[in-house]
Design a protein around this ligand. Structure first.
Ligand SMILES: [Zn+2]
Length: 130
């Protein structure tokens, strides 16, 4: 699948927002060590409605966003449908159907770490009997 210039731009923007939110959460979870200037800069790049949801979750002591690794939500460990991962890749915002957190794909450099990509592709191609 090839992305058009327009959808690559959307991907770039949305992926940036989700990465900002994830980085913000990493800072917030770091507690007192967090740099308030950096947190403010990240917040400036995240839409208000998304921040409101995130802050509500954080106020209840929960996380606001989780990474999806190998089609698994890293917060609740439930498998995420392939369609959800695909739309994340296409730059859409998705929430976990189980725990309700915003989902975000790992940065390309950390994506390869746990499971080799080749194995993942082979598993996804397997036909599931209806
Ligand atoms: Zn989840």
């Amino acid at each position: 699948m090839y992305l058009s210039a327009k959808s690559s731009l959307i991907w770039f923007v949305m992926n940036g927002i989700l990465q900002n939110l994830y980085t913000l959460q990493t800072l917030d979870l770091g507690g007192s060590k967090a740099d308030p200037t950096q947190a403010a800069a990240l917040r400036a790049g995240i839409p208000d409605w998304m921040l409101a949801n995130y802050d509500r979750a954080r106020a209840r002591g929960k996380k606001g966003i989780a990474l999806v690794r190998n089609h698994v939500c890293t917060n609740c460990r439930m498998q995420v449908p392939v369609a959800v991962t695909a739309s994340l890749t296409a730059g859409m915002i998705q929430v976990c159907g189980n725990c309700g957190l915003y989902l975000c794909l790992p940065q390309p450099d950390e994506q390869a770490a746990p499971v080799p990509v080749a194995r993942e592709v082979k598993r996804r191609k397997k036909k599931v009997p209806a």
